[in-house]
Design a protein around this ligand. Sequence first.
Ligand SMILES: [Zn+2]
Ligand SMILES: [Zn+2]
Length: 338
Amino acid sequence: MTISFRNVVMGFMILYTFIHREDAYMKIVIIILSTLMLTPRLGFGMGMTFNLPSKVVICIQYIAIIGLALSLFPRLASVMILLKLLLMFSKKSRMRQEELFKQPPQKEDCPICFLPLPPLQSGMRYQTCCGKIVCCGCIYANSTMNRKKNGLVLCPFCRTPTPDPKKSIEMSKQRMKAKDPEAIYGLGCLYEEGNLEEYPRDILMAVKLWRLAAKLGHTGAYYNIGAYYYGTDVKRYKKKGKFYFELAAIGGDIMARYALGCEEEEAGNTDKALRHYIIAARSGGSNSLKKIQKLYSNGHATKEDYSTALQSYQVHLKEIKSSQRDQAAADSDRFRYY
Ligand SMILES: [Zn+2]
Ligand SMILES: [Zn+2]
């Protein structure tokens, strides 16, 4: 959304008149200016526009409305605004907490073996040719079979020859145009790694792409953005990092969930930490299960907490385990899936 220079000038004038609101004439000026500001078509353009996100524009307009209300009915308006804000924030944080501690939905199935996709990123591969996410077991079995036959590796889903890295990047760009979150996420990782000459390391570009992928529902992208903010030494950025880790955890990312649990544990909030670990263990988080065991031995979790978590972890493991996946994981750590 764009905001004109006129709007910004008016915003400042409204703030100025709000400071001097005892003056009766000023109140009239405020009304006229606010009307002009809130109805852009009525004003006179000054030929300059700023590209601002729609949220910022809405914020400026809210400030104008609050300024107007405060200057006209100071006491009543301030009480009403405070009450409204308090209600809004408490409702929002309550909803967020409820959402954060809900068990996230299970991952989708591998399109070849129809078993649920494993919890770890290394347990699956994105195929740029068809846009499918295939489990490590199917990838491994397919490539071993193809190599034995003729040396040519075909995509286990659409049977097209596996593209070389350059072609694969081109395909990802095409898929990016079709708003494929996995392709956008992958391109972000490409800029983060910076291994290719044509794509030198550019972390800001990576974060920009991850944001785009996250908006389209990619939880791993939320995790990466969170990790980027945690990686800085700025305190307020760490808060941002936690915000993004929470979004990743809500979407079912067990690494983000584990990290949140560790942070709560360090802060002495063992109850919250335990809740995070239990959710992660149910989705296959082995690190989180170990943490629950530790909490139990330290007296911060009950025997029932641990045995229930262990049971649900084993149930999940049974659902995702297969001999094909085990073979892949045994061959290389690149295929580790739980
Ligand atoms: Zn599979
Ligand atoms: Zn394919």
